[in-house]
Design a protein around this ligand. Structure first.
Ligand SMILES: *[C@@H]1O[C@H](CO)[C@@H](O)[C@H](O)[C@H]1NC(C)=O
Length: 255
């Protein structure tokens, strides 16, 4: 008797578990409730000093609609991810909210996002409402992950200024469209196709000591929420004489 009760409750618990997983799977468009703050006065737009390591790109990306993320930063995997964020106070807030790109790591008072002041204001219905919102400092929000979009841009590799040719190569990946994460990167010799797995040193910065020589192609592993994993390979090579500070167009884009 005790045994059958136990197994019955086990079956029921399993049923509930499966049911909630099913709901989660069909709810990719759902919003999550949270809170958002904004950067201090000085940081109207994006920032060159965000923890993702985007550098100058971080200051201008997405028109300055950027954000620091707390848990969603995910040790740098979340860098470059896009989120639709809308505040929930119907007196001030629009339905659409704002789409931001994660460029930094940080949290405030129980927030998931610290938006640039520009992005924070763009959640409002009007300019006046934007001023009121900014005065509040921290607001209740809903957010969901959305695809990033960079019309007429290919994925681009920016060689980090701290690179030291030819011994140390560090670069950041710019303009990644879509809703997937880059979870691994390989650097491949184009002559004999030997590839080397790179390290994520921090944020969106990939590095290796003693990189292969000759023209190099880059392979990127795109991972989706659903467990889908796909390698993409750059069409254009990084030239043999790559230079710190230079950007190189990969010739590919994802959606
Ligand atoms: C993107 O790459 C393709 C080649 O793969 C090239 O034809 C196109 O001009 C590139 N786009 C931009 C905006 O550079």
């Amino acid at each position: 008797m005790a045994f059958s009760q136990l197994s019955l409750s086990f079956v029921f618990a399993t049923f509930l578990l499966l049911q909630s997983q099913g709901e989660a799977a069909t709810c990719s468009d759902c919003f999550t409730h949270s809170r958002a703050a904004h950067y201090p006065n000085s940081d109207e737009h994006g920032t060159e000093t965000g923890r993702c390591g985007f550098g100058t790109f971080g200051a201008t990306i997405n028109g300055g609609d950027v954000s620091a993320a707390s848990d969603l930063y995910r040790d740098g995997v979340g860098c470059g991810a896009c989120y639709q964020v809308r505040c929930t106070n119907s007196n001030y807030c629009s339905d659409k909210g704002v789409t931001v790109v994660v460029t930094d790591h940080g949290s405030s008072d129980r927030t998931d996002f610290i938006l640039s002041r520009r992005a924070f204001g763009r959640m409002a219905q009007t300019t006046n409402a934007a001023a009121s919102l900014l005065d509040l400092g921290v607001v209740d929000i809903e957010y969901r992950r959305v695809a990033c979009s960079y019309p007429s841009k290919n994925i681009t590799f920016k060689i980090d200024e701290n690179s030291n040719y030819p011994n140390y190569l560090a670069f950041v990946i710019w303009y990644q469209q879509g809703i997937k994460d880059i979870t691994a990167v390989q650097l491949c010799e184009t002559q004999n196709l030997v590839c080397k797995l790179l390290d994520r040193s921090y944020g969106a910065v990939w590095t290796t000591t003693s990189p292969p020589s000759g023209p190099l192609s880059i392979r990127m592993l795109f991972s989706g929420d659903d467990g889908d994993e796909t390698w993409f390979i750059s069409v254009n090579n990084i030239p043999e004489d790559w230079k710190p500070g230079n950007t190189y167009d990969s010739g590919v884009q994802v959606n």
